[in-house]
Structures are given as structure tokens and as C-alpha cells.
Design a protein around this ligand. Sequence first.
Ligand code: NDP
Ligand code: 8X3
Length: 254
Amino acid sequence: MQTAVITGSTAGIGEAAAKLLARNGYRLIITGRRKDKLIKLQQELQDLTEVLPLVFDIRKRDEVDRAVDKLTSGWREIDVLINNAGLAAGLEPLHEGSVEDWEQMIDTNVKGLLYITRRIAPLMIKRGKGHIVNIDSIAGKEVYENGNVYCATKHAVDALSKGMRIDMLRHGIKVSMVSPGMAETEFSLVRFRGDKELAKNPYRGVEPLTGEDVAEAILFVLTRPAHVNINDIIVTPAAQANSFYINRRMNKNI
Ligand code: NDP
Ligand code: 8X3
């Protein structure tokens, strides 16, 4: 049985990935700040697999270190790390942006990813095997208006994934990316600070991806034969060509 760590498992893509991996026989370490959500997910999945919830804020290096230090020897045998925790905060032109939002995005999407990878990659290297899957975005491939800092953090995830793949090569650790387009999760609600009306805007006239759609791509990446590595999967709704072109009339139900 393989053990997978999924950061940001309390909602959206991470939660869907936890459910799909549990159904596919993975043992799970689920993480996030919201303890109640992690406990609920653990209870939901406990008949399928063993689940260890770890509550920490990925922006806080000491919390990440403490969580990894506390793992018992069995749980330190980690086969898969899914670096998923992340967010966009705000959608403003750079000169009107909030410095607090920038710091939150950089601290979570870039520094948080680095903190946890720095602790888990050596455990994989010691065992001579492992697979790191970084959740990037189409925002990590192209920059769109007002996306400035979020896009920069996702471009950083793209660059870090490429760098990690090179550094891990000699250790037999695979490094992949899954790069989604528009997925309806808590993402927009977080970006627009809980404003439900604004949060619906991006999905107007479109059938977006679900967390489950992205989880399917993650599972595909994880289940390739040992000699195959998927470097990146860019997955968008059928109605989205890229960050700029969206067919808002394609969803006939709207
Ligand atoms: P959600 O808001 O639904 O989920 C985000 C997850 O990240 C939550 O579990 C949240 O947990 C966790 N998280 C956020 N901040 C922290 C923190 N400081 N410490 C620990 N955990 C944190 O969003 P998605 O599922 O959509 O996003 C997941 C990833 O997918 C992100 O990296 C995002 O950039 C990427 N992505 C999303 C797309 C979309 O359209 N939805 C498209 C492309 C990429 P908690 O709040 O409990 O801490
Ligand atoms: C999330 C997708 O297009 O809102 O990474 O930036 S987008």
C-alpha cells in the first residue's frame, strides 16, 4: 500500500484527490488548517483506508517542521507528495493590489510548497523512490490581466517543478505537474473574500472542471508504469482554450 501526503485536503481538488486515492488503495496523510474538515474527511474515508490528519498552516515553517517531525516511522515512508495547498487572493491591477494578499499567495503557493518538499523529499531519497506532484495552473503558463502575483506564484511552481525534476533524477524520484484551468472549488470564494456573487462570475455560462476532474488527472499521473513520468498535464474545461479564450455559450444548460 502506498502512502500519499496531500496538502490542502480540506476542500476542492485536494479533498477530491483524497477521496479518489482512498478508493484506489492509497494510505493518506491529509493536511490543512481546518481541523473539523480534516476530521470529517478522515471519518468518511476510514472504512476504505488508514488516514492521518495533520493540522498546520503551510506558511509557517515551524508548524510544517513540527508536523513532519511528529510522524511515526511507519508514516515517514511516504511514496507520494501532492503539493496542492494554494490560493489566489484578489484580482486587481498591480498598482492597486494588497501587499497582504501578495504575501499570503507567495507564502502559501511558493514558500509553503518549498517548506514541505524540503522535509519530505529527503525521506523519499532515503528510500530511493517517490513521486512529487505539484498542482500548478494555466496561470503558471500565461499571465492574464490583474492576475499578476497569483500568476507569478504559479509560474514559480512551474519553474520549481522543472528544477526538482532535474535534482531528483539521480534519486529515482518522479516529479510531475498537473496544471488545471478553471475548476469550481472554494478557489473563487477565497479569491473574492467570501463574496458569493463575485465568486460565481468566472463560471458564468461555462461548465467548469470539478475537483474530481482534476483528481482523475492526478491519479493518471500516479498510476503510470515505473519507467514513465508525466511531466505536466494541462487540463481545462472543454469551453476554455486557455486563460484568454472561453466559450461562454457552450453550456447548453445555462
Ligand atoms: P480550494 O480553496 O477549494 O482549496 C484550497 C486548499 O488549500 C484548502 O484545502 C486549504 O485548506 C488549503 N490551504 C490554503 N491555504 C493554506 C495554508 N496557509 N495552510 C494550509 N493549507 C492551506 O482551492 P482549489 O482546490 O481550487 O485549489 C487547490 C490548488 O489548485 C491550488 O494550488 C490552486 O492554485 C490550484 N488551482 C486551482 C484552480 C481552480 O480554478 N480552482 C485552477 C488551477 C490551479 P485550509 O483552508 O483548511 O487551510
Ligand atoms: C486558477 C485558474 O485561471 O483562475 O489557477 O488563474 S485561473
